[in-house]
Structures are given as structure tokens and as C-alpha cells.
Design a protein around this ligand. Sequence first.
Ligand SMILES: Nc1ncnc2c1ncn2[C@@H]1O[C@H](COP(=O)(O)OP(=O)(O)OP(=O)(O)O)[C@@H](O)[C@H]1O
Ligand SMILES: [Mn+2]
Length: 270
Amino acid sequence: MSNLRDLLGDIVADVDAIFLFSPSSSFYQDFADVEDTLVVVVAEENSVGADEFVELPLEFNDVASRVRFGVEGALDTDLIDEGAEIACATKTFDEDIDTVMRVKANNFSPSGVYGLFTDSRAEPAVIKAVLEVAIELGKKGQKGKPVGALFVVGDAGKVMNKSRPLSYNPFEKSHVHVGDPIVNVMLKEFSRLDGAFVISDSGKIVSAYRYLEPSAEGVDIPKGLGARHMAAGAITRDTNAIAVVLSESDGLVRAFKGGELILELDPEEY
Ligand SMILES: Nc1ncnc2c1ncn2[C@@H]1O[C@H](COP(=O)(O)OP(=O)(O)OP(=O)(O)O)[C@@H](O)[C@H]1O
Ligand SMILES: [Mn+2]
């Protein structure tokens, strides 16, 4: 006869690390002193003051994406090695941690999502701010109508060289940055018009209304996506920029880097 506790105990038996995803501080405190097991907190902010911490750029409402990001981040910062077995404790439906799963670090082939934030020309906070604008725009649309938008982030000089203006640039003489609430309103307003926004490594809005003219050679984006997505993928192959696209037709937010689709999010889930 076995009891439930013994059977389920196998899930956490002999793990090398426990990852706590956005734990409350009392939850974290209960785990902080577990002997012989590395405790890693994965969250948007290290509000519990954990020694071992991986910063989530977004809450990632999809649990698998969240876990994947945490594991990729811990591998990249050498908190764990590829052979590690990890117990992940995370929220799925409840406000508190309600889920525990066991994962092997070497079962993850890198998706590039971690590198999108930490290994791009633009600052992670800038990429995060742009994704947030795109998600918000996707949720609300522009005056209730679905709207598309294309943001090219980082390596702005080169991006400007590989594009041309479709109209006068409303950001010509301004020094405004993405993430500023007023600027986000402006970005949403200008998204009704054609072309791409160009944003610098540090988040300065360099231009709106740019028609991108990168070479599309060797760019392999999923079939069914149109010119906006092709231009987004291609500019990230031709320069060291990343691109964030909100699709007018399917409402999804996608991020491209190095000519490849790295991330796909549904704004409705955020
Ligand atoms: N090379 C480009 N540079 C900048 N903007 C572009 C470029 N090509 C297309 N766009 C913009 O994308 C808009 C939509 O084009 P299209 O429908 O072909 O793209 P899409 O990938 O299907 O995007 P969506 O899913 O939003 O429809 C165009 O109206 C234009 O504003
Ligand atoms: Mn289209």
C-alpha cells in the first residue's frame, strides 16, 4: 500500500534545484532554507530578495513558456547545468502556487526567447516596453478596430539606412522614449498609418512611417504571413535589430530576431 504523498513525492525526489515562479514572500521563506537543494526564484521582480534569481520580462501566461524561459535563463547564467533536474512550482489557475512539475534542463532546445531579451543590441527593458505596447494595442485595437503595427528595435542607424520615409517623421526633433505613458499613446495613435517604427537601443523613438527595404534573401518565416511580417523578419537578418509585430489580421504579437520567428503571443491572454 502506498499513500498519495509517497507517490507524488517522486516528482520532487532528488532534484538538483527547485524553481519558484513568482512566489509570495512567505512561500519563498518556507523554501529558502531547504538543505542541499538550490532554490531559484523566477519572477518579473526579485521582491523576495532571493540570492538566485532569473528575471522574467513578461509574466508569460502560458505555463510552458514561463517554465521554458526560467530554465533557459538559469542555464544561460550558469545557475544550473544541462544535466540538471528541476522541480518547478508555479501558478496555473490559482493566485498562489498551485502546480509542481519536474523538468530536465536538457529536454529544452533553446527557443531563443531568453536571448531575445538578454542578447540583443537593444536593452532588455526597451524590448519589454515595446512588447507591452504591442500587447496593449492588440488588446484594445485602435478605437475598437483591429490594428497592425511593426516596431524595429535596436541598431537604428543601420535600420534607417535600409528604409525610407513614407511620410514626414513626427518624431524628427523629439527625444522621447518608449515606456513613457504619453509616448505609448503617441505610438498607438500613429500605428493607424503605414510603415514601421524605428527605436534605438536605449528606447528613443527615432522614426515612424518607415518603409523597410531589407534584402529578404534566406528569410524563412511561416507561410501565410504577409509583407509586414516578411519585412520584420528580413530587417532582423540584415541588421542587429529585433522586430515586434502586431498582426492586424490574426491579432497575434510576434517577435523576430536574426531573421527568425522567436516568440508568438496572444494579447488576449495578457
Ligand atoms: N516593407 C515594409 N515596411 C514597413 N511596413 C510595411 C512593409 N510591408 C508592409 N508593411 C505594412 O504592413 C501593412 C500590412 O501589409 P500585409 O497585409 O501585406 O502584411 P501582413 O504581414 O499580412 O500583416 P497583417 O497580419 O497585419 O495583415 C501594410 O499596410 C504596411 O503598412
Ligand atoms: Mn495582411
